[in-house]
Design a protein around this ligand. Structure first.
Ligand SMILES: [Zn+2]
Length: 416
């Protein structure tokens, strides 16, 4: 019973503030504009998605977004050295609320971007992930630009690169490595994909490796017995995959790709595998990495010992190399974080039900640094992410946009 008065003392104040905001005439006007301007948001979404933004090739889409930021009257619009795009809606004080959406896609540069609309549905690769996030960010900047709402902290809009796959969160990593942003962002609201029914407040960590084994190679008949990269890998996988993983904290591993060899009658000169280690706990990821490295060392030792015992051969060895191809830190929002209270109050105000989830998003970076961040959807609904059949349905976008705006206003403190 003792904790209830404390909760009651803090919780309603956030709830009351959100209710006050939602009822203010300026905010209601802006809410109406979200509905009235839907066709414009869909146009932006399709236009953005038509500009190819493959991993490490987001420049053209970034330039497109910077133009929109300027048109919408954001100040200090700039593109940094990795390709992140920034724009500011000024406020007061030195700290700010960031609203970001990743602009990269998983699709290679050559992918045909046939983006089209049928009724309320938009179709095409990247249209939801993260066309929906880009459209939401532009929608918020656009309605604010035409409104008299003033907010406390400035709003920092960020279109960031490098969220997907081997981009490895490099855009957000760079934002939080840049003193100007790292020292001023108080809260990060990250819009990724469609929907309004989730809050990602826990960052799933992952570490990924390409492991390469190299050897002398040779003829399958005349060099039989030479140390063998594919057999070494196979042995390492066999040893590694015996390692137990806990159910809680949930921890997983995967060998997702194996490559190597030249022909059926050649001992390969090299072979490689790509391994994904994931956990909600950084120490479990560290443990899995140590286990993987140990398994590799054992497999190499066994293979080289066997080759050394081939008395007719001059000594030959295999060697392994680890290349880290991904490292996403884990972290989570503390239960008493203001951002969590605000999004819950906003959802209560809007009659929205949302589940707190754990995922790997741009929020991993601020969360791993102990900063307040959430990832939410841009409203509407979507499906087929990371496929050519991706779609987004604009119905319900309005709820997602209200949710984002109300959250930002509540976080910033609103001026009169
Ligand atoms: Zn995404």
């Amino acid at each position: 019973m003792e904790f209830i008065p404390q909760v009651a003392a803090s919780y309603p104040s956030v709830q009351q503030e959100v209710a006050r905001l939602a009822g203010s005439p300026e905010v209601r006007t802006v809410f109406d504009r979200f509905r009235a301007q839907e066709s414009q948001f869909a146009l932006w979404q399709m236009e953005a998605t038509r500009v190819a933004a493959p991993p490490f090739g987001e420049g053209a889409r970034g330039a497109w977004l910077a133009d929109r930021f300027r048109e919408l009257g954001l100040s200090d619009v700039q593109v940094d050295e990795v390709g992140n795009v920034f724009g500011i809606r000024p406020g007061y004080g030195s700290r700010c609320v960031a609203l970001s959406a990743h602009i990269d896609t998983v699709f290679p540069a050559a992918t045909s971007l046939n983006i089209r609309q049928q009724g309320s549905r938009l179709y095409g690769p990247g249209v939801s992930d993260n066309g929906a996030g880009i459209a939401a960010m532009l929608a918020v900047a656009s309605v604010l630009g035409r409104s008299r709402i003033s907010h406390g902290m400035p709003f920092l809009f960020i279109g960031n690169v490098g969220e997907e796959g081997e981009g490895d969160l490099r855009g957000m990593r760079h934002v939080f490595a840049t003193p100007r942003w790292r020292d001023t962002i108080a809260y990060s609201v990250i819009v990724d994909g469609a929907g309004a029914d989730t809050v990602v407040a826990e960052a799933l960590g992952s570490r990924r490796f390409k492991v390469i084994v190299r050897g002398p190679g040779g003829h399958s008949w005349s060099d039989f017995g030479a140390p063998h990269p594919i057999l070494t890998l196979a042995r390492a996988i066999e040893i590694f995959s015996q390692t137990p993983v806990p159910v809680s904290p949930k921890t997983t591993f995967n060998v997702g790709v194996i490559r190597g060899g030249t022909s059926v009658n050649s001992i390969p000169e090299s072979a490689s595998m790509r391994v994904d280690l994931r956990s909600t706990s950084m120490s479990e990821i560290d443990r899995l990495e140590r286990t993987l490295r140990l398994a590799m060392e054992q497999a190499v030792a066994i293979e080289n010992l066997a080759a050394a015992q081939q008395k007719t051969k001059k000594p030959q060895v295999v060697q392994s190399e680890f290349v880290e191809i991904g490292n996403r830190p884990a972290g989570e929002l503390p239960p008493d974080a203001r951002l969590l209270k605000v999004i819950r109050a906003v959802d209560a105000q809007l009659g929205n039900t949302a589940q707190v989830q754990r995922a790997s998003t741009d929020a991993n970076i601020p969360l791993s640094l102990g900063r307040e961040a959430i990832a939410i959807g841009g409203g509407g609904s979507g499906g087929g992410a990371h496929t050519l059949q991706e779609w987004f349905d604009c119905n319900g976008r309005e709820l997602g946009l209200r949710r984002i705006l109300l959250t930002m206003l509540a976080l910033s403190g609103v001026g009169e």
